[in-house]
Design a binder for this molecule. Structure first.
Ligand SMILES: NC(=O)c1ccc[n+]([C@@H]2O[C@H](COP(=O)([O-])OP(=O)(O)OC[C@H]3O[C@@H](n4cnc5c(N)ncnc54)[C@H](OP(=O)(O)O)[C@@H]3O)[C@@H](O)[C@H]2O)c1
Length: 331
């Protein structure tokens, strides 16, 4: 059994740990780390974790920890991951794996040199609904894919905490990543990107981008932390289309308009795939299988796939920041 340390006691760790315990076993989470002693021990108590600490070195020194789940702010992922890898731990890192493609290369290079497992926790790619729908698209149910639209926007933060550059907060990295991951899962890596957006206090808080692919297909993606955007996604092809209902990245329902004129126009197939646990279990099942087989990546979301998305996110952010610099100088 893989034994885990959880790094970070925030919102997503609270949702993640029960799924980790469900897949790897009730006693699989050995210790939790956070910066605040009281918060960390409350977290441990709530989730039945025997140990809690504010000392990261202590966690990484433990022989009874095989793997770490990193769920801290984005800007801290790479440094923590590289420290954990140096201590010989497998790393499962919340999305985005790092703040840039360059950071993600560093993490994978370090993991490969150390012979440990590394993965971005992109659970959407393991969600039964998405796996089913993408499979249908890949076998041609909706014909040749021509366009994808996916948007994810809601005012942030719901808890009143301001987004900051220091934490690495970013609408593109936090939300746009799901839209770009979906688009690239279906269409591959884009050949061109055209993006613009809004920067506030050094943080990209809204972005829109059109990604163009080799065969002329395109994806229109948008994300926002300052307003709502429709949270659905649509994959359009030459023989029909599929709409994933809100919240598309965590969806359980979709409508498939394909297969017959009647189905396309009037009575689409409604596909429902209930969530397993908090939704992370299918991904964690793949992690468990990979670890049991001695594999160091999970094929469906490996280094190549993770980096291909990260490169696109880099370009989108670069253009968003550039477009705002133009505004500042009146250009
Ligand atoms: N998979 C998903 O569905 C999903 C959903 C939301 C977020 N996420 C990802 O999960 C990660 C964490 O998100 P979250 O919403 O849980 O964040 P969060 O609520 O801000 O929690 C971050 C955690 O990291 C700790 N931490 C460690 N170093 C820190 C630092 N330098 N500054 C601030 N906090 C620090 C925090 O506080 P203390 O140390 O103070 O206890 C807290 O325990 C991000 O990568 C995010 O993109 C994934």
């Amino acid at each position: 059994m893989t034994r885990w340390a959880v790094l970070g006691t925030g919102m997503i760790s609270h949702q993640f740990v029960p799924d980790l315990q469900s897949v790897f076993g009730d006693d699989s989470v050995i210790v939790v780390w956070g910066r605040d002693e009281a918060r960390t021990s409350v977290f441990a108590e709530r989730h039945g974790i025997a140990a809690s600490t504010t000392d990261l070195t202590e966690v990484l020194r433990r022989d009874d920890v095989d793997a770490v789940y990193i769920a801290t702010p984005i800007a801290s992922h790479a440094a923590i991951a590289i420290e954990a890898i140096a201590a010989g731990k497998h790393v499962l890192i919340e999305k985005p794996m790092g703040s840039s493609a360059a950071e993600i290369v560093q993490i994978f290079d370090a993991a490969e040199a150390a012979g440990v497992f590394a993965m971005e926790a992109m659970w959407m790619k393991f969600n039964p609904l998405h796996v089913d729908l993408v499979q249908r698209v890949k076998v041609g149910l909706t014909g040749e894919p021509r366009s994808i639209s996916a948007t994810f926007g809601m005012p942030t933060p719901p808890n009143g905490r301001a987004w900051t550059v220091e934490r690495g907060d970013s609408a593109v990295l936090d939300r746009g990543i799901y839209a770009v991951t979906l688009a690239q899962w279906v269409l591959g890596e884009p050949v061109a990107v055209d993006a613009s957006g809004v920067v506030e206090d050094g943080t990209d808080v809204e972005a829109r981008a059109t990604l163009t692919f080799t065969n002329g297909a395109r994806a229109d993606v948008a994300c926002s932390a300052i307003g709502f955007l429709d949270q659905s996604a649509t994959i359009n092809g030459t023989l029909g289309w599929i709409t994933i209902e809100p919240m598309f990245w965590a969806g359980t329902t979709a409508r498939v308009h394909a297969g017959s004129v009647e189905a396309i126009m009037h009575s689409p197939e409604r596909v429902v795939r209930p969530r397993e646990g908090s939704g992370f279990q299918p991904m964690l099942g793949s992690v468990a299988d990979a670890l049991a087989a001695g594999e160091r990546q999970v094929a469906r979301h490996d280094r190549a796939a993770t980096l291909a998305v990260a490169r696109t996110l880099d370009v989108i952010r670069e253009q968003v920041f550039d477009s705002n610099r133009d505004h500042e100088i009146g250009g």
